[in-house]
Design a protein around this ligand. Sequence first.
Ligand SMILES: Cc1cc2nc3c(=O)[nH]c(=O)nc-3n(C[C@H](O)[C@H](O)[C@H](O)COP(=O)(O)OP(=O)(O)OC[C@H]3O[C@@H](n4cnc5c(N)ncnc54)[C@H](O)[C@@H]3O)c2cc1C
Length: 356
Amino acid sequence: MKSVVIVGGGVIGLFTAVRLAKAGARVTVLEAEGEHADVFGPGASVAAAGMLAPLDESATPFTPLAFESFDLWRQWRDGAEWADGVRFDGGVRVADEIAAADVVQTSERHGRRAQVLRSGQFRKRTGLNAEHTAVFVEHEGVADPQRVLSGLAMQARAHGVIIEYNQDVANVTASAALTHEDRVYEAEAVVLAPGVWATDALKQAAPALRHVSAARGHMVSVKLERPLGPNVHGPGFYLAQRREDVVLGSTMEPGRFDRRVDQAQVQALLAAADAALPGEVQATGYAWCGIRPMSPDGWPMIGPSGDGLFVAAGHSRNGWLMAPVTAEIISAYVLGGEIPDRWAALSPQRFESQTA
Ligand SMILES: Cc1cc2nc3c(=O)[nH]c(=O)nc-3n(C[C@H](O)[C@H](O)[C@H](O)COP(=O)(O)OP(=O)(O)OC[C@H]3O[C@@H](n4cnc5c(N)ncnc54)[C@H](O)[C@@H]3O)c2cc1C
């Protein structure tokens, strides 16, 4: 039974832990923060909207992997401890007729259904009292981050994973992680999933992590007259109905590391929503922000880095969406499975000739 240490207990670390444990590995997750993270903590995973929207990145060669990951979400949900934290109600994108037809075409190119909505249909489909031409994309969903993260932790433990909270890793080698409290965790493989928070020591051990930069994003909790069906994407905003709240997101602020809420950013999101949906979206007074771990091309780095280490980082705007396929890929690397070309394309090597 192969032993694996995973550094970082966000959505990437936890999905990977579950996948490896199911394949028979003995897994320990080391997480610097406490067990009950909330949106004001440092983890991007808790702060996120949790949209599972593979079509968002339609223009890149990695889009098939986004759909692959989306399909894994659906497959893995059945019977999972986090099942009630995920919805697959599709997504509605406000778009003029030409843009809507374009989305339908792109969607069909990936073998997925999409349907142009005339203005009356927009209202019926979303429950929002506004008229827009739009397009309905069937393959979309949303995860409720806090609910799914705690379900993932339960699932991981049920498969024998040890999760050690409040264990801040100071340094790593290919066969051990050393915490700031001088605890040593030995393993046959070490996977780094630290989000945007890798220290210089971790970057030195796994140079891929030097390519991860920060982009702050604000989220706003809102109220609507009626429950929202699918996710809604409008100009400069999106809305998603989660189990207990509706969230309005999100700003993209590259280079920002601080997590203080900026009211100007909150107002900009509310104004964008109000411009498209007049009078429909009410602020609850609750807003937060998180830091996305960005990669240079917006797609994750998954694979070997440094001397025998593995990295799963830089998931940018799509860490929730890409978590299951990340877990599959890391699992194949660690357990010696086959790495098809489409997975190898996400290797950190694609940035290795660049200086960070
Ligand atoms: C506002 C916002 C909205 C977003 N919306 C979406 C969305 O709708 N859909 C989507 O797919 N993605 C979305 N994202 C992106 C997504 O949240 C991230 O890509 C994803 O959460 C990254 O997960 P992670 O596990 O790599 O990082 P994190 O969640 O940041 O987890 C990393 C963990 O590693 C721990 N750690 C770091 N260093 C150490 C160490 N040395 N020792 C021990 N532990 C350590 C940290 O404490 C942290 O808990 C959004 C992000 C933000 C900020």
